[in-house]
Design a protein around this ligand. Structure first.
Ligand SMILES: Nc1ncnc2c1ncn2[C@@H]1O[C@H](COP(=O)(O)OP(=O)(O)OP(=O)(O)O)[C@@H](O)[C@H]1O
Length: 233
């Protein structure tokens, strides 16, 4: 269970999160909101990439700010930019690198690599230089590496931005079928339409929180009501 208690956050004098109170225990949680509304800042707090200016974030009762190392063993993170995540020269080495702390035998590592590659359509690229993959393939590799570690909680920040329609649906179907708790930040609203819970963030506050269809409808109305630009300019 992930809990935010009265979380505020400022970068310099800009307040980005303004009193977030959330208890997230559903298996699938979507986070949506306008550009710059604070979604990435919020989810980065779940594994200690950002520490709140005030308030607390806990995962299964563990305070992330005080025990980030412990929490990171349970919470895996997929970044929007796969280049920020891919660190090894080849595709299979990158997945193996993500498994380095798991004390697996060579045979188990190979089996997990094979399964991850097959799951995300990368089996033909096992020994391919990772930096020569297409942008979408890099995104698939980043997701494959993270899911291969079998984390208790998976947080994915815009995991499908570079994927074509077919791969987007396949990846979301796969992620949604995982046993682990899944939190996804996305602008692709149709992907969340049947999720049990979707939280809408606007200017650093939770403005809607409920079943996918209700939250998505609320957000569409919110977005259609204003273009967010200054009409006097
Ligand atoms: N490290 C940082 N230093 C300074 N300001 C930051 C930093 N990270 C984010 N911000 C600012 O915080 C605000 C919220 O950013 P955040 O990335 O959380 O928004 P978002 O809702 O994920 O946006 P998007 O949908 O565009 O990805 C933005 O105004 C951004 O410029």
């Amino acid at each position: 269970m992930i809990e935010f208690r009265d979380v505020h956050h400022s970068f310099g004098d800009r307040e980005v999160l303004r009193g977030i109170d959330l208890v997230l225990d559903e298996p699938r949680v979507g986070i949506i909101g306008a550009n710059g509304s604070g979604k990435s800042t919020l989810v980065r707090m779940i594994n200690g990439l950002v520490t709140p200016s005030s308030g607390t974030v806990t995962v299964d009762g563990i305070d992330v700010a005080r025990h980030a190392g412990r929490v990171r063993r349970q919470v895996a993170f997929v970044f929007p930019d796969p280049d920020a995540q891919i660190v090894m020269p080849t595709v299979s080495e990158d997945i193996a690198f993500s498994l380095r702390r798991h004390k697996l035998s060579r045979a188990e590592i190979d089996a997990r690599i094979d399964a991850a590659l097959a799951r995300f359509g990368l089996s033909d690229h096992r020994d391919h230089p990772a930096h020569l993959l297409s942008s979408g393939q890099k995104q698939l590799l980043a997701i494959a590496s993270v899911t291969a570690t079998d984390p208790a909680v998976l947080v994915a920040d815009e995991p499908t931005t570079m994927l074509d329609r077919r791969h987007t649906r396949a990846v979301m179907r796969h992620l949604a079928a995982l046993d682990q708790q899944l939190l996804v930040v996305t602008h692709q609203l149709e992907l969340l339409a049947d999720w049990e819970r979707v939280v809408v963030i606007e200017e650093g506050r939770v403005v809607a929180d409920g079943p996918g269809p209700d939250s998505v409808a609320f957000y569409r109305d919110l977005m259609d009501g204003t273009d967010g630009m200054d009409p006097t300019c």
